[in-house]
Design a protein around this ligand. Structure first.
Ligand SMILES: [Zn+2]
Length: 223
């Protein structure tokens, strides 16, 4: 706890004064352009890696960046997505998986979840990914076993995009062209981002379009 209090003190005394005007503006309303649904993993610092300003990202986190299919039950995910789309009018929703995902490791080894019944039940929403990867493992693909975790991470993002489309408000906005959905995978060690190409059914590296420089002087990420 002490490190958090010390961190907040640093923010309050050394970071905030220089950005006071931005915080005061943001305190009145939020206008995020993008909702990101990602894993609760502590290594994913979204505002830092995307160099985002205050109020740009509407973030929802859970174990395994999962979106339960619509209609099964009332979920926090559904409420957050509805709010993001209908009230905040975000233009994009990103499902962002990541390398070394503990949830996907657990999915691959369900026996390790015997003493974690809630996690086991939650990960049923990723069962499609597990089945696809297990089927591939038993097929003739020689690389399937060694890349099992990365395949699970990819298939899970694809499955959650499918679940996202089951939400009526998302489906309607996709048809009208007011919303786009994206599947990304963030590699922590390499600082790489891969994007799902629905036409090719594969992920490809997002290449920087131009040399990156300090994008925003007041970005929270630079704090
Ligand atoms: Zn994770």
């Amino acid at each position: 706890m002490e490190s958090l209090i010390e961190g907040f003190n640093h923010f309050q005394q050394s970071v905030f004064p220089a950005q006071r005007a931005a915080y005061e503006r943001a305190a009145k309303a939020q206008t995020p352009h993008t909702m990101i649904i990602t894993c609760s993993d502590s290594r994913i610092l979204l505002e830092r890696i995307f160099c985002c300003e205050l109020g740009e990202l509407f973030v929802y986190r859970n174990v395994g960046n999962i979106v339960p299919p619509y209609g099964q039950q009332v979920t926090g995910e559904a409420a957050a997505i509805e709010y993001a789309v209908s009230a905040l009018k975000v233009r994009h929703i990103v499902i962002c998986g990541h390398s070394d995902c503990g949830a996907m490791k657990a999915l691959a080894h369900p026996h390790e979840l015997e003493d974690k019944p809630s996690t086991a039940a939650w990960l049923k929403h990723a069962e499609t990914a597990r089945h696809i990867v297990a089927h591939r493992k038993h097929s003739a693909d020689p690389n399937a076993q060694s890349h099992e975790l990365s395949h699970l991470i990819e298939e899970n993002v694809m499955a959650q995009l499918d679940h996202l489309r089951t939400m009526p408000i998302v489906a309607a906005r996709l048809v009208s062209g007011d919303l786009q959905i994206h599947g990304w995978i963030y590699d922590i060690a390499k600082a790489e981002l891969r994007s799902f190409d629905p036409a090719a059914r594969m992920f490809s590296l997002i290449e920087p379009s131009q040399p990156y420089g300090p994008r925003r002087e007041g970005a929270l990420a630079a704090s």
